[in-house]
Design a binder for this molecule. Sequence first.
Ligand SMILES: [Mn+2]
Length: 242
Amino acid sequence: MKIFSISDIHISPKKENNYNLFLKFLNRCLIEKDLTHLILIGDIFEYMVGNYTEYINHYKNIFTLMDQILERKIEIIFIEGNHDFFLSELLEDYFNKRIIYCKNYYSVTVKYKKLLYVHGDNFDYTDWKYTIFKSMIRSNCFKLSVNNFLNFKQVSWLGNKLSKNSRKIITDKEYLLFIKEKYKKLIIEFNIDKYFDVIIFGHTHIVEQYEDDNIKIYNNGYVPDSKNFISYSDNIVQHEKI
Ligand SMILES: [Mn+2]
């Protein structure tokens, strides 16, 4: 069993570089020997929310490549991020229910090792403002409005507003280190009963590679900068270059 995973590419029609990186990664998946799973861990897209077929037209090459990967009997798992959600109908219809869609996380056991794949924005329970914001934006009521009462243009406008707000560019090294340590602590605390052996997450845009006797914690960072994805096989987790 060999698993490739990736998060935080933030593809948008304006960012050709990010789009091309993802195409390159998908092509790699297509030719990788023995690949069994491809796991998308959220924020693959800068903004993709709601059941709009316009997204498929915007990203035709991506959808075609994903279809070819599925044809090769590789499982594709899509986990929602905070920039790409409410997509179950769109993806399940397009891929004819062959894709595994997860609202929160995906977990799999490989040779007695328990792996957890999760976007990661839920780890920080101390950020109560975000928790309240998220529960509003991800409610069924909001989903109903997105899919039924708003049109594609209105949803795109709203999405741009929201993603601009969450796109603070942070370069302060000390602050980045603080966030990195904070998430590592939160994840170790979350896994206090040692239920998982490997936790792979995204969201922070900070590369992580932590291993102790109980847990391996990995994050591929912001892909347009790190150019990383994460591979797992034979109990070895590693960053690989796209
Ligand atoms: Mn995120």
